[in-house]
Design a protein around this ligand. Structure first.
Ligand code: ATP
Ligand code: MG
Length: 333
């Protein structure tokens, strides 16, 4: 991956939500790097800040949320410096966002073929015929056997899986360098989830598009992505090659996510089984490790209470004073 061109760089990104009292920092000093055709998975339980991070990257975070620091570079474009008009031009053409719920992204009163064409009208100078051909080819690639028939349908006439594939079509049709897919399959049944991910995988592969896949399910992320960033309370607490993070997690939170891979019947608003209780707001601002109160390892250790661990290491990095030992992991399993 290292020789591939870097397409997205996020440095020290911070975002907060203003509330009645003090603002809550929900994205805290996040660094990410993404190369051409690379797949990066962002994983963390509900409320960890995955969507806030995605929206901050794309300049889509609305009040009461706001980005308070850091920068986002999309190749040679400093995204975080752009005004709204320039941002709107870049979104869809160079970076695009796939929303968790495709109905939000689709216009209910416009035929889906028109909606995909709108993206091309806005972002490309293709001729009518080139647009027609590109849309047909893409719909075929996304598994629609009758693209012409599909183009003349309205969103409500399609199944959930079909709508999500149309949302993918809109996100990729102008051939962006980067797609950010925020839990693109959670609203779907298991088989459809797998199909939609396979389609996203195929299209990304074909066009060498870099993908950020956001999910609460570390197994999903592990099977799709090259690298994983684990998010807890707005911070990346572990990151590295997917296979390594999954087979030899060093942060106790990553371990807990792996132990609690949700089945499709799990209510994901529930706290993780193994470590109980959800994140408390005071943990976000505590001096030490944000995970400490829930941590089976560091709960009572003074260093964990007093010093915030930084994300250290090489390509596999973790923010933990007492990382799990790889050896112990292997023998314990
Ligand atoms: N509109 C809002 N106003 C105030 N706080 C918000 C708002 N949206 C999100 N938050 C808070 O920001 C934090 C991060 O939320 P975010 O939606 O990014 O989490 P997430 O990891 O995407 O969760 P999920 O897996 O449920 O989608 C949470 O503490 C949440 O309560
Ligand atoms: Mg979310």
């Amino acid at each position: 991956m290292s020789c591939a061109q870097m397409v997205l760089e996020v440095v020290g990104l911070r975002a907060e939500f203003a509330g009645a009292g003090a603002a809550t920092t929900v994205v805290n000093d996040v660094d990410l790097v993404l190369h051409q055709a690379e797949r990066l998975g962002i994983v963390g339980e509900s409320g960890s800040g995955k969507t806030a991070l995605a929206l901050s990257i794309l300049g889509l975070l609305d009040p009461p949320g706001r980005v308070t620091g850091g920068r986002v570079e999309l190749g040679d474009v400093a995204l975080s410096e752009l005004d709204d008009r320039s941002l709107a031009r870049v979104r869809g053409s160079r970076i695009s966002y796939i929303h968790q719920d495709p109905l939000t992204a689709l216009n209910p009163v416009r035929k889906v073929g028109r909606q995909i064409r709108d993206v091309l009208d806005r972002h490309t100078g293709l001729t009518r015929e080139e647009k027609r051909r590109r849309i047909r080819d893409l719909l075929l690639e996304l598994g629609f056997s009758d693209p012409v028939g599909i183009e003349s349908r309205y969103p409500h006439e399609l199944s959930g899986g079909m709508r999500q594939r149309i949302a993918i079509a809109m996100a990729v049709v102008a051939r962006p360098d980067v797609i950010v897919a925020d839990e693109p399959t959670t609203a779907l049944d298991v088989r459809t989830q797998a199909e939609v991910l396979a389609m996203l995988d195929r299209v990304a592969e074909h066009h060498r598009t870099a993908t950020v896949l956001i999910s609460h399910n570390i197994d999903v992320v592990g099977s799709f992505c090259d690298t994983i960033a684990v998010m807890y309370a707005g911070r990346i607490v572990e990151s590295g090659p997917a296979a390594e993070v999954i087979s030899a997690p060093r942060h106790p939170y990553t371990r807990a996510l792996l132990d609690a891979v949700p089945s499709l019947t799990t209510d994901r608003s529930q706290p993780l089984r193994e470590i109980g209780s959800a994140l408390r707001s005071e943990d976000r601002t505590a001096a030490g490790c944000t995970f400490r109160a829930r941590c089976p390892v560091g709960r009572d250790r003074p260093d964990c209470r007093e010093h915030r661990p930084h994300l250290d290491g090489g390509s596999h990095a973790w923010a933990c004073h007492h990382p799990l030992s790889i050896l112990a992991e292997r023998t314990a399993r």
